[in-house]
Design a protein. Structure first.
Lengths: 95, 479, 488
């Protein structure tokens, strides 16, 4: 499948990455060659194969419904680029 | 050219757990901004989610109560998109393997029963809150709500009009409240609804263009929004126009839906199973245990109250709206079998007090103003002829916030009904003498005065006279 | 003998005998760092003051109580993708340049409570994405054996620091070979535990279904000791497995008589550097001399592992890295509005390799491509797992080269992503299957560059691979060789 720079631009938007035109071109070439390598997988018939779903052979990893966290607002806000009182301050969200 | 509307509803119900779905932060409302957060729900590097078992249990309760098929193995999935109130840049939700699927609820729509099928019920986490209007140039984010557990309930597009939609939502909410998994408070945001609506010419099989409506914050809004959309869509089509598949917001102020004209085309959420979380395996033992713990649900309870106690559909509906009220009624019936009278007292007097004291805002009332046994005793006293209706009201007020028995109050305050003919006749005679003019008027043909005379006898007896007896005796005397 | 050249077990012995104090040991290590890190650049952050304080405390504990952990008083370095409370944790990225972690990862908490002394945070490829430490946003780390060569990656800083005695031992992480390949390039021991053996809580996520923290040490005994200290179930990590941690040092018997070792033909292809082939083949002969039975096995889907890895790992990574958006921590760009802030923050904050992988992963998950790429890759992953299951029916452990080549020159592969990816070809399948694997030094090539042999085990069978590695090591002197810290 040929990967065009339009598709790459759309993927960059989905990933919230601003790309300069040179970067877009470079990435398109690189991704094309990588994806071409990925096409190897077509050689294998996987019609009867179940996808790998979990790396650990168990289930039901739960916790009890208990409040166990000591609130530490300062720690959570300490790295924030901007705050207002105890809110995170972010650029204006326009709905 | 007649059109019909096809409506599907998507509800997000906040679950009443103590802690969040993936971390041990509290879900309590009202904490200071970002006070109920931790690295997990705030999406910090390296943080990992661990699933709250109670959330799974609540989903099981809801699913079984609504006749769903429970998945033997269920998976959580990541729904990827960027938004400031979504700390990880993805929401942990469910996609291909939800906990529950293919259920239904039977809804009473104007006396008839309508079955609304459910596509699925799944669990997911809530996002944080954005505050847009505090400042001009920025928005504020509070992550206290991020990670609060939600149940998403998706109906099939079985609903055909706004009235049905509201009935469905009310029934759904009642079920969730009965199960005590959600308090169903639309105003506070613990019960949210989005609608999907399309129209088509009656007789056609295929579905029309579907429009999603958001920002529906009350039952009234839902009704109005759906009505508006039906009109908008049918008008557009009748005029030969084309409908766009889109999301529209309900503008409550201007009472219309507006298109959300966002620059981005449809979201690509890139769902995939969350590798940080293990599958949820629900075995027979677990589901059977939940099944056996299910309470009698609103519809069933309503039906039983009607058939067992002869209550009207209207009354039964009011009494089963809350599980604690239905429990109260039946506890009172244990003491006094007059279900009809008890139901009147509850719907009239008790509800009034509950509303005054804002007790009806609780999910389950713990402090009743008076106990069901007290109410039962009170009604029994009336039925035994010991007191009359008006005196009963007096005793009712006196019972509030005490554990006294009505009988005790009756005797202490000497409120026993007077039925003895001799003493009643004395009072009647007195009244006839005092109000000779009215008596003459009555004898002259003015029937209405009879009521007045009865009233006077009641007054003379401080309300304790047996009204039926007074009626009898007075009629006899005046004839 | 220089104090900084000691191993964990040697140093621990001396500490218990009071022959040396933790403070002396720690000072010696920091002195070594001061003398060498200008050249090697293993460390992003050094914590000398805090380390001396920890060393003092360790000395107190050594006086007071019967020593509980062999790590007590031992200077250990931590890869900078492990969160350390109160310390800068950058993941070698501009996007976390100023990030001070509000909490400790579980492994760091364990290491702290064992009484280890934390020397600092080591360099890596940004977000653990790379095989050479050249993708660090700050500076590359050099291979102590030849300073123009890469130390390997992504745990290049940890590997170089252990090799150059800039710490007694280190922790790294391994998603596609990131502990084992740099261990091989730097002539040290590196082990990737079974997936789920060690907690991932507080480890900056790259590929959630493959990431594991593991020991990087001067010899196999140290590896066993450090592995024991960090292993165990963690309720904060749903994928961590609840099964008991054996005493790994007990596996170091030196006896492998009768053990069946599988040699997969697919790993000994023409793509191997011939000196690597020679050294590993020699090592296998050595193991045979020790009594092991060599079997030829097949891992038929080995050639597809790279494609599978680069689809799944990048898909998971694209999602894991979405949280780096400048809203709550880390770098935030000055955008005109919200949309631009996202775009610029991530464009400025992420380096080219990270962007490449995010793009690849996003593409593999996107509508229309999910089935062809992500789902397909997961199906082939099942086949890779089955390959191991089948092979392990005929053997107890599998032996291969760790890397197809020795350390390449800096700048040699960085311009060609695909070439760079291919250097992981021996290690990647292991992460897909979640099995444990260790790399031990087994030779030097004609340029004097270290060669590593990889021993792969069944799930949770770290004891066997440690046993094999130890048996081999005790027959050879490779683990005693030290780099010259010279230019080639």
């Amino acid at each position: 499948m040929k990967l065009t720079s339009e598709v790459v631009a759309r993927v960059a938007q989905l990933a919230r990455l601003r790309l300069l035109p040179e970067e877009l071109n470079q990435l398109t070439i690189e991704l094309q060659s990588i994806l071409q390598y990925m096409d190897k997988l077509r050689e294998i018939d996987t019609s009867e194969i179940e996808p790998f779903t979990q790396a650990v052979y168990s289930s039901n990893a739960f916790r009890d419904d208990l409040v166990t966290n000591d609130p530490n607002t300062d720690a959570i806000l300490a790295n924030a680029p901007a705050t207002a009182k105890t809110f995170f301050k972010v650029p204006k969200i326009i709905e | 050219m007649k059109y019909e509307s096809i409506i599907g509803l998507e509800v997000h119900a906040q679950l009443l757990t103590d802690s969040k779905i993936f971390c041990g932060c509290s879900t309590s409302f009202g904490a200071a901004p970002n006070h109920s957060t931790c690295p997990v729900c705030a999406g910090f590097p390296g943080a990992l989610p661990v699933l709250n078992k109670k959330v799974v249990e609540f989903a099981l309760y809801a699913g079984l109560a609504m006749h769903c098929k429970i998945a033997g193995s269920s998976r959580l999935a990541r729904k990827n998109y960027f938004y400031p109130d979504l700390p990880k840049g993805y929401q942990i939700s469910q996609y291909e393997l939800p906990i529950c699927s293919n259920g239904y609820i039977d809804v009473d729509v104007g006396g008839a029963t309508k079955r609304v099928r459910l596509i699925r019920i799944h669990v997911e986490e809530d996002a944080g809150k954005n505050i847009h209007d505090a400042y001009e140039d920025c928005s504020l984010i509070d992550l206290n709500r991020a990670g609060v557990p939600l149940l998403e309930i998706v109906s099939e597009p079985d609903i055909r009009n706004p009235g049905e939609a509201v009935s469905y939502l009310k029934s759904l909410r009642a079920i969730l409240r009965y199960l005590e998994v959600c308090d169903g408070n639309m105003e506070e945001g613990s019960f949210r609804c989005d609608a999907n609506i399309s129209v088509r010419r009656i007789g056609t099989e295929s579905l029309g263009t579907k429009v999603e409506i958001k920002n529906l914050n009350s039952f009234k809004a839902i009704e109005k929004a759906l009505e508006y959309e039906i009109k908008r869509q049918t008008d557009t089509l009748s005029e030969g126009g084309i409908l766009v598949q889109e999301t529209r917001l309900w503008d409550d102020k201007n009472e219309q839906t507006r298109s959300m004209r966002s620059k981005e085309s449809a979201h690509d959420y890139r769902y995939f199973p969350d590798p940080d979380l293990l599958p949820i395996n629900l075995n027979q033992t677990w589901t059977q245990k939940v099944c056996s713990n299910l309470p009698e649900l609103p519809e069933a309870r309503k039906g039983r109250l009607m058939s067992q106690y002869g209550l009207s559909a209207y009354d039964a509906e009011l009494l089963t709206g809350r599980r604690d009220v239905a429990d109260y009624l039946e506890a009172a019936i244990n003491v006094c079998p007059n279900a009809k009278a008890l139901s009147n007292w509850i719907i009239g007097d008790l509800f009034r007090v509950l509303k005054e004291r804002k007790l009806d805002e609780q999910l389950r009332i713990s402090d009743w103003p008076l106990q069901p046994t007290q109410l039962g005793d009170l009604v029994q006293l009336i039925d035994d002829g010991k007191i009359n209706g008006k005196i009963a009201k007096v005793i009712f007020e006196a019972l509030l916030d005490t554990n006294q028995s009505p009988r005790l109050i009756m005797t202490q305050q000497r409120l026993e009904q007077v039925s003895d003919p001799a003493s009643l006749e004395r009072s009647i005679d007195q009244v006839l003498i005092t109000h000779a003019q009215q008596v003459a008027a009555y004898r002259g043909g003015n029937d209405k005065i009879f009521g007045f005379l009865v009233g006077q006898v009641m007054k003379a007896s401080q309300g304790k006279a047996n009204p039926q007896k007074v009626n009898e005796l007075l009629k006899a005397k005046l004839s | 003998m220089n104090l900084f050249s000691l191993t964990i077990h040697e140093a621990s012995d001396k500490l218990r005998k009071r022959e040396v104090s933790s403070q002396e040991l720690t000072e010696a290590v920091f002195q070594r760092v001061a003398e060498t890190d200008g050249l090697i650049r293993s460390y992003i952050t050094l914590c000398r003051e805090a380390a001396i304080a920890q060393a003092k405390e360790a000395d107190e504990r050594l006086k007071r109580e019967a020593p509980s952990s062999p790590l007590l008083g031992i200077p250990v370095a931590l890869k900078d993708n492990l969160l350390t409370q109160g310390l800068r944790t950058t993941c070698a990225s501009r996007i976390l340049d100023n990030f001070i972690s509000p909490y400790d990862s579980t492994v760091v908490a364990k290491v702290r409570s064992a009484g280890a002394v934390i020397t600092g945070k080591t360099n890596l490829d940004e977000f653990a994405m790379g095989s050479s430490a050249e993708n660090s946003a700050f500076f590359p780390t050099r291979n102590p054996w030849h300073l123009e060569r890469v130390p390997g990656g992504s745990s290049g800083g940890s590997a170089a620091s252990v090799a150059a005695d800039q710490c007694i031992a280190a922790l790294g992480t391994d998603t596609g070979g990131s502990i084992r390949q740099p261990a091989a390039f730097c002539g040290i021991v590196g082990l990737k535990p079974t997936y789920g053996r060690v907690s991932r809580y507080g480890v900056i996520a790259f590929a959630s279904s493959m990431d594991q923290v593991g020991p990087m040490t001067k010899d196999v005994r140290d590896c066993a000791l450090l592995l024991e200290a960090i292993s165990g179930h963690d309720p904060a990590d749903s994928t961590s497995v609840n099964c008991p941690v054996p005493s790994y040092s007990k596996s170091l018997t030196g006896d492998i008589a009768g053990l069946r070792l599988g040699v997969p033909k697919e790993y000994f292809t023409s793509g191997l550097q011939w000196t690597v082939d020679e050294a590993v083949t020699d090592a296998i002969r050595q193991l045979e001399k020790c009594g092991a039975i060599i079997e030829e096995v097949s891992l038929p889907h080995a050639e597809y592992a790279m494609a599978v890895y680069y689809i799944i790992a990048t898909a998971e990574a694209s999602s894991n890295l979405a949280r780096y958006d400048g809203m709550r921590y880390g770098h935030r760009a000055a955008g005109r509005d919200l949309a631009e802030t996202y775009m610029l923050t991530r464009a400025e904050g992420f380096g080219p390799e990270v962007k490449r992988r995010i793009m690849l992963g996003t593409y593999a998950l996107s509508a229309g491509y999910y089935d062809e790429y992500y789902l397909k890759a997961q199906k082939v992953r099942t086949l890779v797992c089955r390959d191991f299951d089948t092979a392990f029916k005929h053997c107890d452990a599998i032996v291969t080269p760790t890397s197809p080549s020795t350390a390449f020159k800096m700048g040699e592969k960085i311009q060609n992503p695909l070439q760079m990816y291919l250097s992981d070809i021996c290690t990647i399948s292991i992460n897909l299957a979640g099995v444990p694997a260790i790399s031990v030094p087994c030779g030097l090539d004609r340029e004097g560059l270290p060669i590593g042999m990889q021993v792969i085990g069944k799930h949770f069978d770290e004891p066997t691979i440690l046993r094999v590695a130890y048996a081999y090591e005790q027959q050879t002197e490779w683990h005693r060789k030290k780099p010259a810290l010279s230019h080639a």
